[in-house]
Design a protein. Structure first.
Length: 272
């Protein structure tokens, strides 16, 4: 029997989605479609943003510490690390120290390898994500007969954060992301791009305008939601109150995102 279903779960126990910022909203959108009645706590580590420019040791310590505190305080039925960078670095450590079932987020290299016709795949991620051995392992397992090109596009994280705050976004960041992949040898043959950061699907229309209509984008949000659905299958869900968003930063920072959260049914905002 699955670990999640084997234990007694209270109907009001939340699913905890954790991300450095707003990227996890791309996962939440898919989760709402699949399990609309699930109580949710969304945790945004805005005080630690951006993760992609931090060291592996900093990210591992920060993520495991924060999730340990939240697991103790909120008793979630399941934790989803809705952040590629945090997952590729800290997922194993968090699973070792917490009894709560954990779902991670990894670059969608497997589905991209199945989709590509040219055999050339681009991958956009943070600097921390694209250098991880986890990505090497995914490439070896699912795309060993393909050409995978990786490009760090940390500017897209800030662009997504600004977009959901209603702030101006420099469109050159999308051009630089596209050019970064196309400038690599063979880059003109890319037909599929993996969005290996949960922030990036929030900008898919902007990226499509730079890459062109012939490029297909792949991200892991739908697959993550299905995994959560599988692990919580048969459980009862009941909201004991409004869904909640937490932040490690100043409350005003998450309040600026109130409209973005409200779209996904989260109306209560507070500091962690």
């Amino acid at each position: 029997m699955d670990q999640t279903n084997a234990r007694t779960v209270k109907p009001e126990a939340p699913i905890l989605l954790f991300d450095s910022g707003v990227g996890g909203l791309s996962v939440l959108a898919e989760l709402r479609s699949l399990i609309p009645d699930a109580p949710v706590i969304y945790a945004a580590d805005l005080a630690g943003l951006p993760y992609g420019e931090k060291s592996e040791a900093q990210i591992a310590a920060r993520v495991s510490g924060l999730l340990g505190r939240m697991a103790e305080r909120y008793s979630p039925r399941l934790i989803c690390i809705a952040c590629n960078t945090a997952s590729t670095i800290a997922l194993g450590m968090v699973r070792e120290v917490l009894n709560t079932p954990i779902v991670g987020t990894v670059p969608a290299i497997k589905p991209a390898a199945a989709l590509t016709r040219s055999g050339v795949i681009g991958l956009l991620g943070t600097a921390a994500t694209i250098r991880q051995s986890y990505v090497d392992d995914l490439e070896a397992a699912f795309a060993s007969d393909k050409l995978l090109m990786r490009h760090a596009a940390p500017e897209l994280v800030g662009a997504a954060e600004n977009r959901l705050r209603g702030l101006p976004v420099d469109r050159d960041v999308f051009r630089r992301a596209a050019e970064g992949l196309r400038a690599m040898p063979g880059g003109d043959r890319i037909d599929t791009v993996v969005l290996a950061c949960t922030h990036f699907p929030l900008l898919s229309k902007d990226l499509a305008s730079e890459f062109g209509p012939e490029i297909r984008f792949v991200d892991g949000a739908a697959g993550i939601a299905r995994r959560i659905g599988s692990l919580t299958s048969g459980q009862d869900f009941r909201r004991g109150g409004p869904d909640l968003a937490l932040t490690t930063g100043p409350l005003i920072e998450i309040e600026r995102l109130s409209c973005a959260f409200a779209v996904h049914g989260i109306d209560r905002l507070t500091e962690l």
